[in-house]
Write a new protein. Structure first.
Lengths: 166, 166
């Protein structure tokens, strides 16, 4: 039996003055992610089916998944399960995809968050709040050499909504 | 059916004052808005124009002029027959200082259902606001080759994401 398709629920598009290879490195190399992804280190096996982890600065696993697409420097998809919070660990995993399109001197980076279930808006709110901050910081890092540091706590409404679901 | 709207958030390493000038002064807009110059005697109710290479692209009227916090105007596309028949929609910029950054939230709404302008601006705003961020952080707007960029519809982006997730 085939699994239901992942349906995109959140799309965030950004344009960055950098080479596609540089953007790819920023997504897959922990020396970059530590600077713009709220201190997280990416650990990724460079093959389809390989493991994917985002590790917090204190060593705990924040996100865990598997590589679904590995096509440097154009397309990266990983399954995504948030592990650091007990209630979130119980949710079905989502699919995070990055598409890199070269457009003259810049690239278009398209982030897509997709689900196989009818995910409510209050759960989507976490990503909708976080991705603009993360990807704004990534753009600054690649264009100026300096990330921007945005103070942002865990999304309280989302955690509350997940808890209520039981 | 809910009316279409477009919301985009970005974080910029700048001050609310500099960001405000970049949004309201034609000598700045033409440097990041791909040559488009805004002109207005800024006050609530004042008319405004967007011109590029002398051609009138958009007209509007100032709705809110609250320096360094909120700017809002109506948005009537004049350049293309496909868009000219549509009534004016509404653009709102909200600026919030966050430490050394400013959170900029663009909301473009008050469209009719099936608005073609909505479809076009949903593609256009990420490019304009990414270029604005580059301009304020590096002194230089983005050079994006429009081939493939401005021509993609939201449906194409979503279809691509959907196809890739299969």
């Amino acid at each position: 039996m085939s699994e239901p398709n992942f349906v995109p629920k959140t799309v965030y598009v950004n344009y960055i003055a950098a080479a596609p290879e540089k953007v790819w490195a920023a997504l897959t190399d922990a020396t970059f992610t530590r600077q713009y992804f709220f201190g997280r280190s990416v650990e990724i096996e460079a093959r389809v089916g390989g493991s994917f982890i985002l590790r917090m600065p204190d060593g705990r696993v924040d996100v865990q998944g598997k590589v679904v697409e590995w096509d440097p420097p154009r397309r990266l998809s990983v399954t995504w399960r948030v592990m650091w919070h007990e209630d979130m660990r119980k949710l079905p995993e989502c699919l995070i995809s990055y598409q890199i399109d070269a457009l003259g001197e810049a690239v278009r980076l398209t982030l897509t968050e997709a689900y196989q279930w009818e995910v409510p808006d209050d759960i989507l709110a976490g990503g909708r709040q976080g991705w603009p901050a993360i990807l704004s910081s990534l753009k600054s890092l690649l264009e100026t050499g300096k990330p921007i540091v945005i103070q942002m706590g865990p999304p309280k409404e989302m955690l509350e909504a997940i808890k209520q679901r039981g | 059916m809910t009316k279409p709207s477009f919301v985009y958030v970005t974080y910029i390493a700048t001050t609310p004052e500099k960001l405000w000038r970049a949004l309201t002064e034609g000598t700045f807009t033409e440097q990041y808005w791909f040559g488009t110059r805004i002109a207005c005697h800024w006050a609530p109710g004042a008319p405004l124009t967007f011109r590029k290479d002398g051609a009138l692209f958009n007209t509007g009227e100032v709705l809110v002029y609250d320096p360094y916090r909120r700017l809002s105007y109506t948005w009537k596309v004049e350049i293309d027959d496909a868009f000219r028949g549509e009534r004016a929609s509404r653009v709102v910029f909200d600026l919030e200082p966050k430490g050394a950054e400013v959170k900029l939230t663009l909301t473009h709404d008050d469209f009719d259902i099936d608005s073609k302008v909505h479809e076009a601006v949903s593609q256009g705003w990420p490019m304009v606001l990414a270029s604005l961020k580059s301009f304020l952080e590096t002194g230089r707007g983005l050079a994006v080759s429009s081939a493939g960029a401005a021509n993609d519809t939201k449906e194409q982006v979503i279809a691509r994401a959907r196809a890739a997730s299969r």
